[in-house]
Design a protein around this ligand. Sequence first.
Ligand SMILES: C[S@@+](CC[C@H](N)C(=O)[O-])C[C@H]1O[C@@H](n2cnc3c(N)ncnc32)[C@H](O)[C@@H]1O
Length: 381
Amino acid sequence: MNQQGNPPMPSRQRYGSAKGRWAGIGPYYAMFPTAFADAVVEEYTQPGDAVLDPFAGRGTAIFSAAVQDRSGTGIEINPLGYVYANAKLKVGEYTAVVRRLEDLAKEAGRYRESANALPEFFHSCYSTRVREFLLAVRENLDWRRKHADRTLVAIILVSLHGKIGQSLSNQMRQSTAMSPDYCVAWWRKNRMSPPDVDPVEFLGKRITWRYVHGRPQTGNANVFLADSTQKLLSLAREVREGKRAKARLLLTSPPYHNVTNYYYDQWLRLWLLGGPERPTARTSNRYGGKFSNSHHHLQLIDQILSKSKPILTEDAVIYVRTDRRELTYRNTLEALVRNFPEKSLTEISHPLHPDRQLKPYSRGGAPKQANCEVDLILQPR
Ligand SMILES: C[S@@+](CC[C@H](N)C(=O)[O-])C[C@H]1O[C@@H](n2cnc3c(N)ncnc32)[C@H](O)[C@@H]1O
């Protein structure tokens, strides 16, 4: 298998199927390249096997399992990852998604006053009609329960910010949202104003593009919105009661030590899902930070691997792709060896894949390791 540092596929090949069009939802920090997840699932499991990912992110591993006739269970604590994951695992019907877009267009006018009352950032980022539309999205789409609503909000989230003309926003990065004050000052300095996008026309085209090859066949797969330290206990109970099959592959990528804060960096997308109007580094859950305490970082990975064990077959393969930087690497390796001493370890270092969206290390980092990842693979001896 050659999964190390593969260049991204040419777009004709990448987007030539329903699977290819939906797999890309959406941009997420440290996401697996889809070709990598596909190759690992294919090599280490058979059709009908189950795959587990307790740090599911945008659900790449579980989607790969689902489109290759495996079953998949993921757990993700961040609502953005959860929405992206289930939007592609349970794609809403095209007509239902288009109908919901039209409903929002009708609702948007009711949000004129609240659109005016939004903080300055939103006025500099979005035109009036986009602000009204986004407030209608925020209030009306039931992304926790309804497939069509979740699919639609995921498509909107992908284009919520990015290059002018290719997104709904004033010029921004697509991957992460910067602080509102920084953005406003930058737009002012560069004399940039929000584009006058018609959100319904713009999103209608994006919906049509996604559905060109229809919906992917995804079978039995799900990503739960939950804390793995809790959710794994109830999954283990289901295994004991014979209601759930054990997984043959644990394919995951744990959070990196002190690199990103999934809440702060995604504050604008989380706002659309009902979060606060400003970025907050602190959230109500203890896994909302940057994992900057090395001890807590190790504890989290250790706990989750230990709680995954009852859900894995004896001969399961544990495949972890992570950052080669010292503390993330050391903590992940320690937790793996502690929990699976009976398995043999293979370690493959390789250059950073361009799809991963990893930030280079900032000041004080170890430059030699900054663009390097490692696969830690534990197999039965
Ligand atoms: C490196 S990312 C995984 C990316 C994923 N492989 C993908 O393809 O998108 C790690 C993820 O673990 C999640 N996470 C951190 N603590 C968690 C917890 N206690 N339970 C569930 N998910 C958690 C983070 O929110 C983040 O999305």
